[in-house]
Ligand binder design. Sequence first.
Ligand SMILES: [Zn+2]
Length: 156
Amino acid sequence: MKTWIPDERNFVYLTWKQVDALPRDATLLVLPTAAIEQHGHHLPLATDTLINNLLLGKALALVPAELSVYALPPVCYGKSNEHVGFPGTLSVSAQTFLAVVRDLGASITASGFKKVVLYNTHGGNTSLVDVLARDLRAEFGLRTFTLLGSAPAFSQ
Ligand SMILES: [Zn+2]
């Protein structure tokens, strides 16, 4: 999938030795969450994921070089059961979404990092991301932050 994340801010382009050299307490990891789902007649299935990636990439390009901030690969599959029935929508259950992000939190903790931003651009994930921010804090002691790039599902 196309990415706007600058190479030098893309966590997965690092080697494990480069990760090991990062300042654990000062590093901020951004975990994007989005969806693959119908977006009307004119937009691609990856719309939420592409918007997330574009905005995050543009923001990271403005971060001063001396700051240790990295984008993790996105969790592209979200809770999109409100769109099941539209061909192409690929949804996961709340339980699966919670389990995947919780396990990523475990890995982030095991790697020694302390701060993670959950950056979500799919309304159907919003309530789960809020729960996850508190649960990752409680279970792993992570400092969690949430950024929401879309309105909650079914909001007025
Ligand atoms: Zn969406």
